[in-house]
Design a protein around this ligand. Structure first.
Ligand SMILES: Nc1ncnc2c1ncn2[C@@H]1O[C@H](COP(=O)(O)OP(=O)(O)OP(=O)(O)O)[C@@H](O)[C@H]1O
Ligand SMILES: [Mg+2]
Length: 393
């Protein structure tokens, strides 16, 4: 069973008491002290979080004393270079860290209704199971690591519901069909009985988001949810995360390297660098008035058309290309290139590439871009749009 299924459905093992626990934990918190750390409009707050790992080479401090907040019904984007601690931070929120991890600080998270708060780092057992899936659900980068290939997707969606005490088979099925429709899976009544391999990559990510949404959690943690997907599918997945915010009333913490994604979807941005939060602000402030030098460098590194041909040395001097690729000889020329896979078992041939033309000059970098292909026999695939790009030698 996959990691997310385990965590989000883990509560199933204690399904009978899950709802009762929900009332007890947050209810009690509400009764004792109504959200002492969170204001009414805050869903969660990461307070001086530190995470270290014990390794053979000694302790590694992955995250050091970080503080930021997640407002209700908002999308918070987390950006930062590789290894800056983004995933460790997101995983800390649902305590999905290995045994080698030790944590300090606190992560206050409230329920969707705003009637109580708990420190996620202090949770264990029933309360932790209730938090995972019920209050906060994770969407990972790679849907294949989440979906179990041997179970029908309907069953996998229902697993989370069973975990929270829903038993009626008809009701379970209706709920999974309803959520599949919500996330845009066509013909959901039939496809609820399909296996993961019968869906495209983008559809699988939709199903993973459906699994996260079905329990109506207050917080969706999305770690690079669009990286493995084609740009056009990426946009659809971002629309779904907006749906999570605007229709389901959830907050979304989205981790991405893509500043375009941040500009598109985030209300607030948290910038991380080497295990620290260097800046948090509204998306406009971060883009138009970044305060921290690292944020400024991060934004300056986003490629822009026209600027790409300028390559600078460390001292800021411009490196000129020694040759103009347009004047160089052609080293590869594709003319009416087609690739056809012969049909098997009475199926027609599949034309994968249909009469594609392009040339590559010496010293040229040619980018090939294109949209995803919906597999349908006999479909003539349009020639991918060929876009030239050049880099310094
Ligand atoms: N289980 C672990 N054991 C030891 N060190 C770890 C473990 N998980 C993460 N780290 C370390 O913690 C630091 C932060 O890792 P993290 O995965 O959060 O980075 P990230 O910002 O998500 O990077 P990326 O953008 O590449 O996904 C890294 O130095 C990483 O090597
Ligand atoms: Mg990561």
């Amino acid at each position: 069973m996959s990691e997310t299924n385990n965590t989000q459905a883990e509560a199933g093992k204690a399904s009978k008491s899950a709802d009762a626990a929900k009332e007890t934990s947050y209810g009690q918190a509400a009764a004792n002290a109504v959200m002492p750390h969170l204001s009414k409009d805050m869903l969660a707050s990461v307070d001086k979080l530190g995470v270290s790992f014990v390794t053979d080479a000694g302790p590694i401090k992955a995250v050091d004393d970080i503080t930021f907040t997640i407002p209700r019904k908002s999308v918070v984007g987390v950006v930062g270079e590789s290894g800056s601690g983004k995933s460790v931070t997101a995983r800390s929120i649902i305590k999905l860290l290995p045994d080698t991890a030790s944590t300090s600080g606190a992560i206050y998270i409230s329920n969707k209704e705003g009637t109580g708060e708990l420190d996620a780092l202090k949770l264990s057992g029933e309360q932790l199971r209730q938090l995972r899936g019920g209050e906060a659900a994770m969407v990972f980068q790679e849907p294949n690591s989440v979906l179990n290939p041997v179970f029908k997707i309907g069953w996998q969606i229902e697993e989370g519901l069973r975990a929270h005490g829903m038993k009626d088979k008809k009701e379970l099925r209706e709920k999974s069909i309803e959520i599949l429709k919500k996330v845009g899976i066509p013909d959901a009544e039939t496809r609820v009985d399909y296996y993961p391999h019968q869906f495209s990559g983008g559809q699988k990510q939709r199903i993973v988001i459906a699994m996260a949404l079905v329990l109506n959690p207050g917080l969706i943690l999305a770690d690079e949810p669009t990286t493995a997907l084609d740009v056009t599918v990426q946009m659809e997945i971002l629309d779904l995360l907006r749906l999570a915010r605007d229709e389901f009333g959830a907050s979304v913490l989205i981790i991405t390297h893509n500043m375009g994604v941040i500009a598109d979807i985030a209300d607030q941005v948290v910038v991380m660098y080497q295990g620290h939060v260097v800046e948090q602000g509204d998306v406009e402030q971060i883009f138009y008035h970044p305060k921290d030098p690292y944020t400024q460098r991060l934004l300056a590194s986003v490629p822009r058309i026209g600027e790409k041909l300028v390559v600078k040395n460390n001292d800021g001097s411009v490196v000129k290309r020694s040759v103009d690729w347009r004047k160089e000889p052609v080293v590869v020329e594709a003319k009416d290139m087609s690739v056809t896979y012969p049909g098997r078992l009475m199926q027609p041939d599949f034309v994968a590439v249909n009469k594609v033309n392009f040339e590559i000059h010496r010293s040229e970098v040619l980018g090939l871009v294109g949209s995803p292909v919906l597999a349908s026999p006999l479909r003539a695939v349009p020639s991918p749009a060929c876009k030239r790009s050049a880099t310094a030698p």
